[in-house]
Structures are given as structure tokens and as C-alpha cells.
Design a protein around this ligand. Sequence first.
Ligand code: ADP
Ligand code: ASP
Ligand code: MG
Length: 461
Amino acid sequence: MIVMKFGGTSIQDAAAITNAVEIIRGRVGRRPIVVVSAMARVTDALLEIAETSRHGYGDALSLIEALRSRHLSTAAVLAQRDAQTDCSSSDAKEKLNSVFSELESLAESVSTLGDLTNPARDAIASVGERLSSIIVAAALQAKGVQAELADSRTFIVTDSRFTSAIPLMKETESKAKSALLPIIHSGGVPVAQGFVGATVDGLTTTIGRGGSDYSAAIIGAALGAEAIEIWTDVDGLMTADPRVVPGAKRIRIVSFGEAAELSYFGAKVLHPSTVLPAVERGIPVFIFNTHNPACEGTIIAAQPRPSRNLIKSIASKRGVTVVNITSTRMLMAHGFLRKIFEVFDRHETSVDVVTTSEVSVSITLDNADRIDAIKRDLDGIGEISVEKRKAIVCVVGADLKFTPGVAARVFGAVASSNVNMISQGASEINLTFVIDESEVERVVRLLHDEFFSEVDCDMFA
Ligand code: ADP
Ligand code: ASP
Ligand code: MG
């Protein structure tokens, strides 16, 4: 049994879906469970529909029509390509229209209330995956695969933190087994939605942007799959984001620990939570390119393999806010850090990088939505300053642990930039620092030149 997850660009139109269907057909013997994202850019469009509805139904309706026409025409093109598809295509059309009716009612009720609650936002955002899964299941059926739509809301059980809900693994495991195993045992291929789940009471939730990778890992762990395959638009996990460094190399094999650090610090190709369920069950994760299926991709496995290059990859994350708290009273005082972290905890704001000196603490935040309230609460503790538009850059490699002089090479390479915070994670496999957002691309390229001007061909391709 394997899980195959297809991202938005991998199913963005009829041609891409045809390609994905061929890839799935080639693996039917391995008993796949297919997990799909929404078609490219659809989740953004749905969130815009949600916001627009707040101010009136009319504008939302025209956005909904654009989505309807994209989905129906994709389904129609796929149906035309295969003469035997009449039955599954009319069925798919009906299902798509029924999801669109639901979307219209949701938008209408948001506009009537003039208020967009997080449960409503999630119900609207979930529509993308529900639509794409209908089309992919029909396209598979049209090619003779016994595909069966599986509604993730019936087996991905989450808490009720709408928009970033956390899966409840125990409940999910038993429900996923009873929903999916009968399909697989009867020779079928379940097609489920990524990103989407439901509370114990059955209210639709989503598990955070980019969360379909995580859904695939949750399902893989729940069913004890042999492998979790993430099918995307690049050849694998690369030495840097190929959009920033066009000459980035593919990493052949990377450890769970390295992949977790890289995704946490910005390597978007993998959602940061994906690795955890896989580690717990020892299930290897593969990253493959839908547009280049012959490529071997990247294997993420338990043990790192030594390499002649000191680091595996460079990740970066923009839009970071730095909060500095300075207090001379901090000197020798215990309980000071606790007070600070309690404030972030109260505002449900997670912190990424922390550095301390004797009189100050600097903390980076990914999500600064509550920054004004956080500042107010921190005020009594010390003097607060906030710096926006910062970025985190992170170099990762299991060998960093054993090699002296890495920091000298990193900071030598970026000597002309103003570096704010420096931290070596407790895992000792990353070195992280903060710079101005405007410097990111230049710094990542400089570091790439420094560390990857020559590559170990056993490790990189
Ligand atoms: P999907 O829609 O398939 O989930 P994403 O857009 O979420 O795809 O992730 C793939 C993108 O991640 C790539 O197009 C690439 O620009 C970006 N990316 C960032 N860092 C890396 C990296 N180190 N290796 C590969 N891709 C990366
Ligand atoms: N469709 C969701 C998003 O765009 C989830 C995903 O693609 O992984 O965030
Ligand atoms: Mg993604």
C-alpha cells in the first residue's frame, strides 16, 4: 500500500490530470491511495470568495462562476478525450454542481451575516479539494481504474482550531482504516482530499495552507503504508529553492531530521508537519516530479547518509517579524523567560528562532497577526521593539554537527549583509540567522555558490 499525493500544479488542468492519471495507473499494483490538493490557485480564489462575500454576494458570485467554468471545462475536456467516459463524466458534472451549490449557499450566508467566521472560512476553503478529487476520480475511472471518491471529512478527525486544525491521530487511524481499507481490499483506488478534515462533531476543518502533504502523511501513518509519495512540480528536494537558485541540484537522499528543518524554515516543497507521522511509523517519504516522472526524486529516510558536501540545502522564509525585549532587570532574574513565553502562548503565536543575551531576548514570529496585543502584554516585562520584513535563512546538514568552521564559512560568504540573530538549533544540524527580507535572494545565492560550487555526485544530481 502506498499514498500518492498530487499538488495543485500537478492537477492544474486537463493535460496535467491526464499525466497524473498515467502515473497512478503505473502504480495500481502497489495499491495506491490518492490524495489531491485543489487545482493550482483555487484555494487562494476560494479565500478571496470568502472575504468578498462578507461585503456582498454579487461580487462573490462572479468569482464562483469563474471557478465553476474552470472545473466544468476541465472535466469536459477529460471526458471528450475518452469515448467511454459519458457515464462517469455526467456523474462528475452532477457532483461538481452540487459542491458549487453548497459554495453558493455558504457565500450567501456569509454575506447575509456580514461576518466571516473561521468555520465558514474552512467550509469554503475545503471546496477546492472536494472539486479536484471529483475530477481526478472521474478521470481515473475513464481510464479503467476502479477509483472511488473518499471524503476525508469522514476519517481525518481534527480538533476545532479552524484554519489550522490539528489531526487527532487515534480517532483518525481507526476511521481511516474502516473508510479506506475496504475499498483497497476490493481492488479499488481511493481518491481523497488533502488539507481537509472534520471535528468530532462533523464540522469541516482545514489543517493549514500547504497541508495536503501532511494529509498524505497522516493517511500513510494511519494505514501503515509502505511509502508516501509527494508528487509536485520540481525534481525533488533541492539544494535551494530552484526559483531563487536556478542551478540548484536535486538531493538524492535526506534524513527525516534534515527534511523537517528545511521545511520548517521555508522549503515549501514539503509542509513542515509531513515528516512527523512518517518518522513515527518509519515510513519513507519520496518527492517526485509529475512533469518528469522518470526522475528518481528525493528519498527522505531515517538515517542521514554522509556526503562530501558539508550541507544539504539552504532554506529561507520571508515575512518574519522580530520582537526584541530588553530589560536590565533580566540580569540574574529567574522566571523572566517564562513570563515572555507565557505571553506568546496566551496569544497562540508560535515562535521560531530565539536568541538571548544577558539583558535581552530576540524572538522571531512567522505570524504577526496578534503583534499589537502581544506588545501590550510584554510592555511591563521590558522595553519592546518590533522589526518587520525580516527573513530567516537556514543552512541544514547532518554533518554540521561534526564539522568545525561552518559558521566562519557561512558568515564569510555573507559578510556584506547585516545579520541580526544567529542560532544553531539544538539538533545541531542547522545554522539559522535573520536578515532583511530584501537581502534574501542575494544571500541564498552567495551561500549556494559557497557550498555547492562542487557537488558530491553520490548525494546530489
Ligand atoms: P505543490 O502544489 O505540489 O504542493 P508547492 O508549490 O507547495 O507544490 O511546492 C513546490 C515548490 O516548492 C517548488 O516549485 C519550489 O519553488 C518550492 N521550493 C522551495 N524550496 C525548495 C527546495 N529546497 N527544493 C525544492 N523545491 C523548493
Ligand atoms: N490547497 C491547499 C493550499 O493551497 C492545500 C495544499 O495545496 O496543500 O494551501
Ligand atoms: Mg505544497
